[in-house]
Design a protein around this ligand. Structure first.
Ligand code: GTP
Ligand code: MG
Length: 370
């Protein structure tokens, strides 16, 4: 239902909230400043105070923003988006480092991943693969959940010397909930106490039956340390992706998901996004959650500036007016006025929801004290 707090209504009319409360009282409506009133009452009050009212429905603002149908035949192949998941320290970031010949793990505080990283690599078979690294630490469940949602394949990393652990099981559940196929990477097989067979049998408890035990789930033994099995892993991923036959329309305005966002001291708000449909270009006007901006610069996973980003590409957007939130969807819109309208509307909604929650808390407190 359409509602607004007394305070917000007063703000939008540049009137004092007490005057609005008084007018409401005259109409027989007893409301406190933080309480919600319905749209009809709000309109009555506004007109009483000599304002003209233009009601904007959610559908006016959000309509057509996401999931506008693609034209027939416009779909072309896109790289798979592969999320790496698994228990803390089982070697997710090391595997990606070994694949990309980088040293991300070394730069992490305490060797613990605390954010999501996104990278693209070329497999030995020639196809591009987009990887999303996630943290294994127990505290980051929400991040893993988001990771599993915007992905095509989950690579479940299990250390052969440690076996299936709590966040291994959690990752299996996220992948299942998202309906995403799992590829098992049994890591650290270089270690003396590695027991890959135990990993396979442990996984049976979670209803994952790997191929070598007669099941359907693809598995690869790897070592991030020696590099063993990495090419095989990439090949298996590409084969799985070919079965999925992933497609997107590159020839339309871009849409996707914010993977992470931060306020950078030098560069201002920076949002790492995954483009899921369309082509994101410099100078595009983007909205994500309650933030918007004009794309000033696109930076790829190697730190270079790029003019555009195709579907399944992770890219940093510079140019947002504020940092959106991880998990927000983003979309390109036709002009700044539209971007501002959507962002303003969502900001208002956020404020109103917060105010409504505060009211519930306050009245709960009053009840307790009486
Ligand atoms: P979180 O992101 O915190 O969940 O950890 P992670 O899964 O990314 O693990 P990370 O890559 O940080 O590796 C943890 C430790 O395991 C590091 O000390 C790595 O050097 C070590 N390690 C990772 N892979 C291998 C491997 O294949 N063999 C051996 N011997 N050590 C490995
Ligand atoms: Mg890591």
């Amino acid at each position: 239902p359409e509602t607004i707090t007394v305070q917000e209504l007063a703000n939008r009319m540049s009137e004092r909230a007490v005057d609005v409360v008084r007018l409401l009282m005259k109409q027989g409506v007893m409301k406190k400043i933080n309480e919600l009133i319905d749209a009809d009452t709000a309109q009555l009050i506004a007109e009483e105070l000599g304002h003209t009212v233009r009601r904007v429905a959610e559908s006016d603002v959000e309509e057509g923003l996401f999931d506008a149908p693609d034209a027939e035949g416009a779909q072309t192949s896109r790289p798979p988006v592969v999320t790496i998941m698994g228990h803390v320290d089982h070697g997710k970031t090391s595997l990606l480092d070994a694949i990309r010949h980088t040293k991300v793990v070394k730069g992490e505080a305490g060797g613990i991943t605390q954010h999501i990283g996104a990278y693209q690599v070329t497999s030995p078979l020639g196809g591009l693969i987009t990887f999303i690294d996630t943290p294994g630490h127990a505290a980051f469940t929400a991040m893993r959940q988001r990771g599993a949602k915007s992905t095509d394949i989950v690579v479940l990393v299990v250390a052969a010397d440690d076996g299936v652990m709590p966040q291994t099981a959690e990752a299996v559940n996220h992948a299942r909930a998202a309906g995403v196929p799992i590829i098992v990477a049994i890591n650290k097989i270089d270690k003396e106490d590695a027991n890959p067979q135990r990993v396979r049998t442990d996984l049976l408890q979670y209803e994952i039956q790997v191929e070598s035990l007669g099941g359907e789930t693809l598995e690869v033994e790897v070592s991030a340390k020696t590099g063993d099995g990495l090419d095989k892993l990439l090949e298996v991923i590409q084969l799985q992706a070919e079965i999925l036959d992933l497609k997107a329309n590159a020839d339309r305005t871009a849409e996707g998901t914010v993977i992470e966002a931060k306020l950078d001291r030098g560069r201002g708000p920076v949002a790492t996004v995954l483009v899921q449909r369309g082509t994101l270009k410099q100078s595009d006007i983007v909205v994500a959650g309650s933030e918007w901006g004009r794309v000033r610069m696109l930076v790829d996973d190697k730190g270079g500036t790029v003019p555009e980003a195709l579907p399944s590409t992770p890219v940093e957007i510079l140019g947002f007016n504020g940092a959106p939130e991880a998990g927000d969807r983003f979309a390109v819109v036709e002009n700044e006025a539209r971007a501002r309208e959507i962002a303003d509307y969502r900001q208002r909604q956020k404020r109103e929801q917060a105010a409504a929650r505060a009211t519930v808390r306050v009245s709960g407190l009053e009840e307790m004290m009486s």
